[in-house]
Design a binder for this molecule. Structure first.
Ligand SMILES: [Zn+2]
Ligand SMILES: [Zn+2]
Length: 359
């Protein structure tokens, strides 16, 4: 199992190559700074008022873009906590048991006290052979990172990082600020772009920067707006990209909206309760990444229906710890403040009708 020499060299080379898209974006960003701030604002703009307003607004957007991009790249993805790893004895048992019912029984016993609600397509406990752990809900193994990632959304080559529970908010802000950055450049560059084609610009190198800047900004605006729009839809439905492609399977069957708690609560799960942090790339998502409230939990005979724990302190990845009653606590944060949830629990057996109440 030990990596061979050439294998590890190849892996290291691959790791270096993975940085190429990030270097490309950084170079493009560096050039756009030079083209916009120097060539357009300082060299080409004649009106001082326009110059000052454009430079201030541009630097604000530039700073937010770089900050959120940086956080998306360098925030380590969160992995399942120790409780999800099998003990040595359980691993040995699994190795001895062949695949099949006995194998599942070992996993079922190991997962007994874990807040696991999702299953594989065949109804089995979700287990990662590679990491030798029971996968928490919404957790997936990333083949690029070679790790199980909590609430994995996708592996993004443009940030050379897995987008998941720990940095999904940063990724959304990165999309939002990069889109605003491109739209702002395109809008303020437009009149100079038109002048370029009507020979209204002096014949300097600035005119070519102005032209390419508009093309690049317009092109990225189109692709970023579709990607950002898609992720806004995902957040509103409380889905990850992976879940949009394959709906999560619960004990009682597949449910594409199994994690959706209604628009406002779905938003708060990603952005947090405090509005002042929503637009800043600082971690404010709710929960611990291992367990997620689901509106279907009432239907599960193995789980208590009334959330009990109220002191959910799990706010940051650094503060990552496993709660004594994980699902109940993470539920409490999003669900307990809703009277409608309490009303809903008084009326079990209605199943999915609860979703409408929670919205
Ligand atoms: Zn794994
Ligand atoms: Zn990954």
């Amino acid at each position: 199992m030990a990596p061979s020499g050439p294998g590890s060299v190849r892996r290291r080379c691959r790791r270096v190559l993975y940085w190429i898209p990030v270097v490309f974006i950084s170079l493009l960003l560096g050039w756009s700074y030079y083209a916009y701030a120097i060539q357009l604002c300082i060299v080409s703009m004649e009106n001082v008022g326009e110059q000052v307003v454009c430079l201030i607004a541009y630097h604000l957007l530039f700073a937010m873009f770089v900050w959120s991009y940086w956080k998306t790249i360098f925030t380590l993805p969160m992995n399942p906590s120790k409780e999800f790893h099998l003990s040595y004895a359980e691993k040995e048992l699994l190795e001895r048991e062949p695949r099949g019912e006995a194998h599942q029984e070992v996993l079922r016993r190991a997962a007994k006290d874990l807040p696991i609600y999702t299953r594989t397509m065949s109804g089995a406990i979700r287990y990662c052979d590679r990491c030798q752990l029971i996968k928490p809900d919404r957790c997936h193994h990333c083949s690029v990172c070679d790790k199980c990632i909590l609430k994995m959304d996708h592996h993004c080559p443009w940030v050379n990082n897995c987008v998941g529970f720990s940095n999904y908010k940063f990724f959304l802000l990165f999309l939002a600020y990069s889109l605003l950055y491109c739209l702002f450049i395109a809008a303020t560059d437009l009149q100079y772009f038109i002048k370029f084609w009507t020979n209204g610009l002096p014949d300097t190198q600035a005119k070519f920067h102005i032209m390419f800047l508009f093309f690049a900004a317009a092109m990225f605006s189109v692709s970023l707006s579709s990607l950002f729009g898609y992720h806004c839809w995902l957040v509103s439905k409380n889905k990850s990209t992976l879940e949009a492609f394959r709906s999560p399977v619960f004990r009682h069957g597949t449910d594409k909206n199994g994690f959706s708690l209604g628009f406002s609560k779905n938003m708060r799960q990603v952005f947090g309760d405090e509005k002042k942090y929503w637009l800043l790339p600082v971690f404010s998502s709710l929960g611990d990444g291992c367990s997620f409230p689901t509106c279907l939990v009432n239907q599960d005979p193995e789980q208590p229906s009334t959330p009990a724990g109220m002191n959910s302190t799990l706010k940051t990845p650094e503060n990552h710890q496993f709660p004594a009653k994980p699902l109940r606590e993470s539920q409490s944060h999003l669900l307990m403040d809703s009277q409608s949830w309490t009303e809903n629990t008084a009326n079990p057996g209605k199943g999915k009708a609860g979703k409408g109440v929670l919205v």
